[in-house]
Design a protein around this ligand. Structure first.
Ligand code: BG6
Ligand code: MG
Ligand code: MG
Length: 211
């Protein structure tokens, strides 16, 4: 019944969500700010500067715009070190099979990641060619949970939002999909992704006909 599937990247197709966490943790520790996996949950899917604001809000001092840019750059350097050695072996179980099944069913495929490193990660994973359209994160004005990135992908594919299935591991991402008027497939735990229409543990359980 769908005409397109729009995938998130980090935490859905590969475990870069963990690398983002590690890079933020290193930055937070260098600033002596508290940071753990539970707090990280609300950072998932949030763009770089938005994530930094949430981390800095844990402390009392304020930072200038210039200081914030420098801190975001530090985090990005930690992150780029972590993704430097990625290969297709870093694809999560079921990721390529899911892309192949969507393609075989004749549906459009897009990537909706707010990460400015997304194109690099797709290349390292060897899956760039599976996508009809990859949203340019730099061209998105409002990050998730705003629907802009999913609506941009649907428009580029020439498909109505109601005919799209969005796939997300983040609370903010599921909210963006629902705000776009799409069906949301959550990857993770139903207690966390409460707004998703369906939740599966990983793409290894992906079954397009069931949603
Ligand atoms: C999202 C991740 O995909 O990209 C976030 O879920 C991350 O954790 C965001 O902060 C921005 O990534 P980048 O690579 O542009 O810093
Ligand atoms: Mg994600
Ligand atoms: Mg993402």
């Amino acid at each position: 019944r769908f005409k397109a599937v729009i995938f998130d990247l980090d935490g859905v197709l590969t475990d870069t969500a963990h690398y983002h966490y590690l890079a933020w943790k290193r930055l937070a520790e260098s600033l002596q700010l508290p940071f753990d996996q539970a707090y990280n949950e609300q950072l998932k899917g949030i763009d770089r500067m938005g994530s930094l604001e949430l981390i800095l809000a844990q402390g009392r001092r304020s930072y200038t715009a210039q200081e914030k840019l420098a801190l975001a750059e530090q985090k990005n350097q930690h992150y780029q070190t972590l993704i430097a050695d990625m290969t297709p072996a870093d694809l999560l179980p079921g990721a390529v099979a899911a892309l192949q099944r969507v393609r075989a069913a004749g549906l459009g495929i897009a990537l909706a990641s707010v990460s400015k490193n997304a194109a690099t990660v797709l290349e390292r994973l060897g899956i760039t060619g599976h996508f009809d359209y990859v949203v340019d994160a730099a061209a998105i004005a409002r990050g998730k949970p705003d629907p802009e990135i999913f609506l941009t992908a649907a428009q580029a594919l020439g498909v109505a939002p109601a005919d799209c299935l969005g796939v997300e591991d983040a609370v903010a991402g599921v909210a963006a999909i629902k705000a776009a008027g799409m069906t949301a497939l959550g990857i993770g735990h139903p207690f966390v992704l409460t707004r998703a229409d369906v939740v599966i543990t990983s793409l290894a359980d992906f079954n397009l006909a069931a949603y």
